[in-house]
Ligand binder design. Structure first.
Ligand SMILES: [Zn+2]
Length: 231
């Protein structure tokens, strides 16, 4: 077993950015410390959300991924982070879904955000395979949820009641392709998550293995979920 901190290993802090610079700006500097063996990309992370480090709004990180059941391997990924309520996480999700070419797999706990739902329906209508697993209890008790509307719109939906909470909030885009992206974090697909809560999300691209791992986890939950049939 490896220590938890090895999953996201912070190697360095680097240059400051001005507050006007988008939190999604990526610095593609290679990981100099690893002699080229690991070519990790560097990201900027806004820290202003909590005032954790006064006067420092961005930090630069090098990431080393460690995937379940796999030896620690040299990996690369482009990661951008966003925090609500400051950043438009929902808008970034909508944009990512709009650029999906082949498939969008979603795991949702709470889903009320109409624009994210609309982005999924738009993707479905243009021929992208869109599939959703949602928490059963949460879906059934939310009168204004989007899940049933997605099912009515033709998107295959399953309800997962196999856990106290099916609490994943994950969007996997185009797994198995070079443009694969994983979007995950604390952000439920709700307006409260965007406007009322303090949430975090990471958008991870450039790592096909990671996307496949999330897609496989999606499939594991599908195996014990039941289809939502809308009459
Ligand atoms: Zn499950």
């Amino acid at each position: 077993m490896n220590p938890p901190e090895s999953f996201f290993r912070r190697r360095s802090r680097a240059q400051r950015e001005t507050p006007a610079v988008s939190s999604f700006v990526q610095d593609a500097s290679p990981a100099l410390w690893l002699g080229g063996a690991l070519r990790n990309l560097i990201m900027c992370a806004p820290l202003a959300w909590a005032g954790v480090v006064a006067g420092m709004l961005f930090a630069t990180h090098v990431l080393a991924f460690e995937l379940p059941g796999q030896a620690r391997a040299a990996t690369t990924a482009n990661v951008r982070v966003a925090f609500t309520p400051e950043d438009d996480v929902a808008g970034q999700m909508v944009d990512a879904i709009a650029h999906a070419r082949r498939q969008v797999l979603v795991q949702a706990f709470s889903f009320t955000h109409d624009q994210i739902a609309r982005a999924l329906l738009d993707a479905h209508r243009r021929g992208v395979e869109v599939k959703l697993i949602a928490d059963r209890e949460q879906t059934e008790k939310m009168d204004r949820g989007q899940v049933s509307g997605l099912a009515r719109g033709g998107i295959p939906v399953w309800l997962d009641g196999d856990h106290q909470s099916a609490h994943n909030k994950v969007i996997v885009i185009d797994a198995g392709t070079p443009s694969a992206m994983v979007i995950t974090g604390s952000f439920n697909f709700t307006r409260a998550a965007q406007h009322k809560n303090a949430e975090n999300v990471v958008f991870i691209s450039g790592n096909e293995t990671l996307a496949q791992t999330y897609a496989q986890n999606w499939q594991r939950h599908l195996a014990h979920s039941q289809p939502l049939n809308i009459h």
